[in-house]
Design a protein around this ligand. Structure first.
Ligand code: PBG
Length: 335
């Protein structure tokens, strides 16, 4: 692009900012409800809504209330909901077997949502951390997170999710070779329409803290995830990972966290042109909510500005805990 403008005063950029009408005409990007994916935390029980302290406004919901949340999302026009289980600590093992239990929380929630709200897309997370007594996304032996052995476990986990009716499967584990392994297994099992959204460029980030509280993984995890999640200093590596995952059969790619990594999103969109998503993670949500609660910022405006930033950076959509609140604001035309 070669932007041309006349010298001042022939060019006055303020001309197009004078009124709401002119600003609307000159607006380059838009945010709509159809851009939102809502992450929801699932727990066991009935009629249970258990607030997550580090994420004001977010609660762990029992399956019956997750179904209500899916109905609310569908009514608002949110196209997809993404499930994360809070697994009872007694079900967590080093072998992570609960991950491929066809009746685990995630799979029960998928079936319940699909029965009640078939029009909403259900996305799931593929990674072992909610089921792992050691808190890691992969199987651990002698303190090492194993790659190839983990792939087999991820395939088993994904196949039961597809069987339960998941529309979009989101591998968030960062093992090498998982997209190819999952794609091949899904095709062979006849799940040809299941979409893979790869958490392709997922960084080892401090911004996941509140999420780990929400899924109950904080206590279990010893150490960090730096041997599989990316170094925040790297950008070229993100392009190589995204290219690799697209070649292995990813339909959509994600950058995570979101706001600190807008440069990666723009680069990915410009380089590959693939359907590109950001995860506005729990810590980003908590920062905006926490500051708003103290009256330090206007929470709604900060929320909408942060979401528009993802669109401007090149995102086709955003996973955000703000999804229902943002949808209501957008529908009220405050965005
Ligand atoms: C783990 C997973 C994480 C998130 C989504 N899937 C956390 C982690 O990698 O430790 C983070 C989401 C958020 O912070 O909102 N498989």
């Amino acid at each position: 692009m070669c932007p041309i403008s006349a010298p001042f005063p022939a060019a006055r950029f303020r001309r197009l900012r004078q009124t709401p009408a002119l600003r609307a005409l000159a607006q380059e990007n838009t945010l709509s409800v159809g851009d939102l994916i809502w992450p929801v935390f699932v727990r066991d029980g009935m009629g249970m809504r258990e607030p997550v302290a580090s994420m004001p406004g977010v609660a762990r919901l029992s399956v019956d209330l997750v179904v209500e949340a899916a109905e609310e999302a569908a009514d608002l026009g949110i196209p997809a909901i993404c499930l994360f289980p809070y697994t009872d600590p007694t079900l967590k093992t080093e072998g992570c077997e609960e991950a491929w239990n066809p009746d685990n929380l995630t799979n029960r929630a998928i079936r319940a949502i699909k029965a009640a709200v078939p029009q909403i897309a259900v996305m799931t997370d593929v990674a072992l951390d909610p089921y792992n007594s050691l808190g890691h996304d992969g199987l651990v032996r002698d303190g090492v997170v194993l790659n190839d052995e983990t792939l087999e476990a991820l395939v088993r986990q994904a196949l039961v999710q597809a069987e339960a009716g998941a529309d979009i499967i989101g591998p968030s584990d960062m093992m090498d070779g998982r997209i190819g392994a999952l794609r091949q297994a899904l095709e062979m099992a006849g799940h040809k329409g299941v979409v893979l959204m790869s958490y392709a460029a997922k960084y080892a980030s401090a911004f996941y803290g509140p999420f780990r509280d929400a899924v109950g993984a904080s206590g279990a995890l010893k150490g960090d995830k730096k041997t599989y999640q990316m170094n925040p200093a790297n950008s070229d590596e993100a392009m190589r990972l995204i290219e690799r995952d697209l070649r292995e059969g990813a339909d959509m790619v994600m950058v995570k966290p979101g706001m600190p990594y807008l440069d990666i999103i723009r680069r990915a969109k410009d380089t590959f042109g693939a359907p590109t998503y950001a995860y506005q993670v729990s810590g980003e949500y908590a920062m905006i909510k926490g500051a708003a609660e103290r009256g330090w910022i206007d929470g709604e405006r900060a929320m909408l500005e942060s979401l528009m930033a993802f669109r401007r950076a090149g995102c086709d959509g955003v996973l955000t805990n703000f999804a229902p609140e943002a949808a209501r604001a957008i529908r009220a035309r405050r965005a």
